[in-house]
Design a protein around this ligand. Structure first.
Ligand code: BGC
Length: 439
């Protein structure tokens, strides 16, 4: 029998993550559609038909079967479910029932996110998560989702990355509504999302006692560029605000001063998570911004460090497998099961993806061996898809998508992932082959 030195437990979940707007295509009802039409995508592209899932997700579900996946994460498009305030769409529910049913028939456990950056235009017009009514509106939507899909789904992710949504929409101007440097609004949006999470958590559990409800956070390692007080303090401030705020909210602990004055705690969300999803990609280097040439906010990716393809104007980030263990150690404080819910790299030529895949899994396995409750890994993503403000410029797929024909072509990483899943672990020669990042 083959000796697998880095093996995983039998019940481990092997999946891919996806989201509605990036995969389904053909939706004109959300705020991202307006953002794209306003020409806000750096590569000048629009999501358009995306990966065509609204017509045919089944062909990609077949690819999932070929990889041997036993799990998948999708999201519901709130704007399809509730196209106008309090008007619910039956055809949307039917289509989601088909997609989820088809995934289950192929042996996959389906995790369903309720919000992955997009929501209905009417909700955005009210102010999105700045609207005091947002928790109530989001609770209605959650209730509708569980009532119409609860016989097929028990694993719910209320929100994908409230920290990214708030920062990109209200500090960096990269996502709608495109506001910049509004720290107060960003923190209000964040707490509005956490209140909405708590409301949805309660509704899901009330309707479905066996529901397993969590949320996904994006975790980044912030490294001081130099060993001096300013760089260390700036890196620590990023760490507190970006990485630890979700944890603080869920634990009922105030953020450290001075941030606590800006972001009051949200008592109703304390303890309200059954698991935590960790979306782990990058390390960023932080240099107190004055003087030299550094990116916005002093964030920087040194050229010599491993990275995939760069964005149109800025690097995507250093590909950093150790972010997996960093995030697991911090979020273990919740005492809940953890899943790596996203991990990947933009890499059209599949130059460094195999290295990232192998080494991220190696980190995750070490965490499991050390007794951390890590239960699954979801790669971002199955097939090239619409990458938000970069559009089609960045390619995250295990499969390459030819957008003119719709054909999918496996990159070498697809076969590598298939083999790891089949072996339930990583072969010695694979570990050795990918020990070092390709230059
Ligand atoms: C998001 C995905 C995105 C991925 C790659 C994550 O932060 O949840 O929607 O495509 O990063 O950038």
């Amino acid at each position: 029998m083959l000796a697998i030195p880095a093996s995983f437990p039998d019940h481990f979940l092997w999946g891919v993550s996806t989201s509605s707007h990036q995969f389904e295509g053909g939706n004109t009802l959300n705020q991202w559609h307006d953002w794209e039409r306003a020409g806000r995508i750096r590569s000048g592209t629009v999501s358009g038909e995306a990966c065509g899932w609204w017509r045919n997700a089944e062909c990609d579900l077949d690819l999932c079967s070929q990889l041997g996946l036993n799990a998948i994460r999708i999201s519901l498009e709130w704007s399809r479910m509730e196209p106008a305030y309090a008007h619910w769409s039956d055809p949307a529910v039917l289509r989601y029932r088909e997609i989820i049913g088809q995934a289950r028939r192929r042996g996959m456990r389906v995790f369903v996110s309720l919000h992955h950056f997009t929501h209905p235009r009417w909700f955005e017009a009210r102010g999105g998560f700045l609207d005091a009514q947002a928790p109530r509106l989001f609770r209605h939507y959650a209730k509708r989702a569980v009532r119409s899909l609860g016989d097929l789904v028990t694993d719910w992710v209320t929100f994908n990355e409230p920290n990214v949504y708030a920062a990109f929409g209200y500090l960096f101007g990269e996502f709608p509504p495109g506001r910049r440097n509004e720290l107060n609004s960003a923190l209000s949006v964040f707490s509005g999302m956490m209140r909405s999470h708590a409301a949805a958590y309660e509704a899901l559990h009330r309707e479905q006692p066996e529901a397993n409800v969590g949320l996904a956070v994006n975790y980044v390692v912030f490294e001081p560029a130099r060993d001096n007080v300013l760089d260390r303090q700036l890196a620590a401030a990023y760490d507190v605000l970006f990485n630890r705020s979700t944890l603080s909210y869920l634990q009922g602990e105030p953020l450290p001063l001075p941030f606590a004055m800006l972001a009051p705690s949200v008592p109703e969300c304390v303890g309200k998570t059954d698991f935590i999803g960790l979306n782990v990609y990058n390390r960023l280097h932080v240099r107190a911004p004055w003087g030299e040439k550094f990116g916005p906010g002093g964030l920087h990716v040194p050229r010599h460090l491993p990275q995939g393809d760069a964005g149109v104007d800025v690097p995507y980030g250093e590909a950093y497998p150790k972010v997996v263990s960093a995030a697991v150690r911090v979020y273990a404080a919740l005492g809940r099961p953890m899943y790596v819910m996203e991990n990947g790299v933009p890499d059209r030529a599949d130059r460094i993806r195999p290295w990232l895949l192998v080494n991220s899994l190696k980190e995750l396995r070490q965490m499991w061996q050390q007794g951390y409750d890590v239960r699954g890994y979801f790669h971002w993503s199955l097939v090239d898809n619409f990458e938000w403000s970069e559009g089609w410029h960045l390619r995250f797929g295990l499969y390459e998508l030819d957008r003119s024909t719709g054909q999918r072509h496996p990159r070498p990483s697809a076969e590598l992932y298939r083999q790891i899943i089949a072996d339930k672990g990583i072969r010695r020669e694979t570990l050795e082959r990918w020990e070092k990042a390709p230059g």
